[in-house]
Write a protein that binds this ligand. Structure first.
Ligand SMILES: Nc1ncnc2c1ncn2[C@@H]1O[C@H](COP(=O)(O)OP(=O)(O)OP(=O)(O)O)[C@@H](O)[C@H]1O
Ligand SMILES: [Mg+2]
Length: 276
């Protein structure tokens, strides 16, 4: 029997509105998150889909305490973290990590990979510097980069190598959660599969929970346990992968699916014709 899922992060009615000033100086409100409630369990990978501007990155930034909410709660490991001050949040910061779409701009150009990974461990007080240095090499190995990458600068590395390093940097402080914000979207097709396989391996080997944002529904189907669908700041659908892909309830989800899997039924028919 499978163990009951343990909630790691609970988001309760998270709401975030940006006040924008239009060119006519009229104030307009842009609701990026509209009463979003969800649960992320330990060790699971949750796929997050939704059109551009639907609030996916804002949700990630809110969970990581990089953006304030107007209202709502974020509970991590039983503690409400959304209302904490910057200093109160400090002990939690290392446990909640992010990997961005563009690995080049997410690294400081003046820092070697070793410095970047050490910097990511600066709030890890239980390890001394020598132990952290050894850990840098272990982390590089874990993402299949040789030890020579420790002394390299971002400009000396390819996009795929940098994204591996970004994953190592996110893993460095021993997090419970990583928000992967379209981590393969900026990479060449040939490299994407390698990064996906790396993430799948990390899923098996660690108990880290992932939110994986992608516009690629095929990829989401491949990597996620559960799927969340956002539309204009609202969570319009959530459920097990099979449920979302086989029985989408919301019109927007149905539209997304038919746009991705268009022609699939026809191709399947054509195949069965040629096979018989
Ligand atoms: N700092 C900001 N100031 C004002 N508006 C913002 C800010 N950040 C995001 N927004 C607005 O909030 C909405 C949600 O943006 P968000 O970046 O979360 O969407 P997204 O789902 O991640 O989109 P994409 O798929 O393009 O990355 C958008 O309308 C965006 O313009
Ligand atoms: Mg985004």
């Amino acid at each position: 029997m499978m163990a009951a899922p343990t909630p790691l992060i609970t988001v309760d009615a998270a709401t975030k509105t940006y006040k924008l000033r239009s060119r006519s100086l009229r104030r307009v409100n842009m609701t990026a998150l509209d009463r979003i409630s969800l649960v992320i369990n330990r060790g699971e990978t949750v796929g997050l889909v939704g059109e551009s501007g639907s609030g996916k990155s804002t949700l990630g930034r809110a969970i990581l305490h990089l953006t304030d909410l107007d209202s709502g709660k974020i509970v991590y490991n039983g503690n409400e973290i959304q209302s904490l001050s910057e200093s109160e949040f400090r002990p939690y910061r290392r446990k909640l990590q992010m990997v961005f779409q563009n690995p080049l701009t997410s690294f400081n150009p003046m820092m070697t990979m070793e410095s970047a990974l050490l910097d990511s461990m600066r709030l890890v007080s239980e390890l001394d510097l020598n132990t952290k240095r050894r850990r840098v090499l272990q982390l590089l190995d874990q993402v299949e980069l040789s030890s020579r990458f420790a002394t390299l600068y971002p400009y000396e590395m390819s996009g795929g190598q940098l994204q591996r390093a970004a994953i190592a940097r996110a893993l460095a402080p021993d997090p419970d959660f990583i928000f992967l914000d379209e981590p393969t979207a900026a990479l060449d097709m040939s490299i994407r599969g390698q990064i996906i396989n790396l993430l799948l391996r990390l899923q098996r080997e660690t108990s880290v929970s992932f939110i994986f944002v992608s516009h690629d529904l095929r990829l989401i189907r491949y990597i996620a346990d559960r799927v969340l669908v956002m539309y204009q700041g609202q969570l319009v659908e959530s459920g097990d992968k099979a449920q979302i892909f086989d029985h989408p309830q919301h019109a927007y989800t149905q539209k997304l699916l038919s746009a991705t899997f268009v022609g699939q039924a026809e191709r399947a028919q054509a195949r069965s014709r040629t096979e018989t």
